[in-house]
Design a protein around this ligand. Structure first.
Ligand code: PLP
Length: 412
């Protein structure tokens, strides 16, 4: 699993040259892109892989005997193999391509859990989930009469593990937990949580959208049952992601969407299903997206996630120190174990105003509820500003952010 080239020291200038968009200016200032948690920028390797696909290999996959179709299939399925290896899946049959994390969670809700639920059964999630790990379960609750329970967090934005364990009753049919919170940056002890749930025989779905770009994910070491990810959070294209689950689990699930690709034989009386992973991939997939995802995996692997994580820890430390110096700035989410995400408010300035002002200095911040309204409710704020860092950000960019925030503060 470990890439031998990954031991190289992190050369930030070389890395930045991989991302053409970082050359551009915004309002006449160099772009300082601090919105990677919403969507990361793409390296040339990803841009060129998708470009090459359309220029040289474009065709539909799986069904064609002609050369282009076979090339497209090889590239698409190669990406699946690459992702399987990257997250240490047992085989590529365990990788279901989806539109992203959201679709992966909906797939589990409708295909795995819905047939298993009786009225009164419980689905357990946590207070720091993204809406995509809340709303599908609420919809399922309406469909089945199940009950949605929520494990609490503390003032630092950490899960209260004892309280979570106390909620693991014999009525719980699934625990859904975010690996890294997009709003708070909290890194949850997912392996420990999975062990806890296993002791109670409860399957665990991990929302890994934010984990993929920041940490080495090994689904077997985590001990989860479902892992969901989005390519665009990990320097790949939008509109593609994946669900990982063990083959035996996927075999036990009925198909979710019906159509082409997912069938073995169709008559008007009856249809039978294709093998994994095709059973869950109805219709023409996002082929170029898959190819781009494969390139993103290779790119991350080439740099080495351990090296990236170490570099990002230095960014987080510096950003936290610098922002704490700003009068009236309140950091929301101060967990002991954090990814490079800093959510904050600044005095009475509305985060949207803050975002608009710093944009004039070239700084791209996200402002709003970050699709985590319950987190905002917990901290008693309508919204936050969020600086989220990626492997291409620099300490100097942290200074640009801090200076822009000081200027915003002076305006009010
Ligand atoms: N979960 C988390 C923690 C996220 O940050 C996001 C996106 O912001 C999602 C889920 C949803 O991902 P997608 O919109 O790619 O399906």
């Amino acid at each position: 699993m470990t890439n031998p080239t990954a031991a190289q020291p992190f050369d930030i200038e070389r890395v930045r040259r991989d991302f053409p968009i970082l050359q551009r200016t915004v309002h006449g200032k160099p772009l300082v892109y601090l919105d990677t948690a919403a969507s990361a920028q793409r390296p040339l390797a990803v841009i060129e892989a998708t470009d090459r696909f359309y220029r040289e290999h474009n065709a539909n996959v799986h069904r064609g005997v002609h050369t282009l179709s076979q090339e497209a299939t090889d590239l698409y399925e190669g990406a699946r193999r690459g992702l399987a290896r990257f997250i240490n899946a047992d085989s590529e049959r365990e990788i279901i391509f989806t539109r992203g994390t959201t679709e992966a969670i909906n797939l589990v809700a409708q295909s795995y859990l819905r047939p298993r639920l009786e009225p009164g059964d419980e689905i357990l999630i946590t207070h720091m989930e993204h809406h995509s790990n809340i709303v599908p379960w609420q919809m399922l609750r309406e469909q089945t009469g199940a009950v949605l329970k929520v494990a609490p967090i503390n003032d630092r934005g950490e899960l209260e593990l004892d309280a979570l364990e106390a909620l693991l009753s014999d009525r719980v049919r699934l625990l859904g937990v975010v690996h890294i919170s997009n709003a708070l940056g909290t890194i949850n002890p997912v392996a420990e949580i999975c062990r806890m749930a296993k002791r109670h025989g409860i399957p665990v779905l991990v929302d890994g959208a934010q984990a993929m770009p920041h940490s080495r994910v090994d689904v077997q070491a985590l001990g989860c049952d479902f892992f969901c990810l989005s390519a665009h959070k990990m320097y790949g294209p939008t509109g593609i992601g994946a669900l990982w689950a063990r083959e035996s689990t996927l075999e036990s699930m009925p198909p979710w969407q019906g159509g082409g690709e997912m069938i073995s034989r169709v008559t008007f009386e009856q249809s039978t299903w294709n093998e994994l992973p095709a059973k869950f991939e109805a219709g023409t997939p996002n082929i170029a997206g898959g190819v781009g995802l494969g390139a993103a995996v290779d790119y991350l692997d080439g740099l080495g996630l351990e090296v990236i994580a170490a570099y990002e820890r230095s960014l987080l430390k510096y950003a936290t120190e610098r922002l704490r110096e700003i009068d009236g700035l309140r950091i929301i989410g101060t967990a002991g174990n954090k990814a490079p995400v800093v959510s904050f408010t600044l005095g009475d300035i509305h985060p949207h105003d803050l975002g608009t002002i710093v944009d004039h200095y070239g700084v791209a911040l996200r402002t709003g509820h970050h699709c985590t309204m319950p987190v905002m409710q917990f901290f008693g704020v309508p919204a936050t500003a969020r600086a989220s860092f990626g492997l291409y950000n620099t300490l100097e960019e942290v200074d640009v952010l801090a200076d822009a925030l000081e200027k915003a503060r002076a305006m009010f």
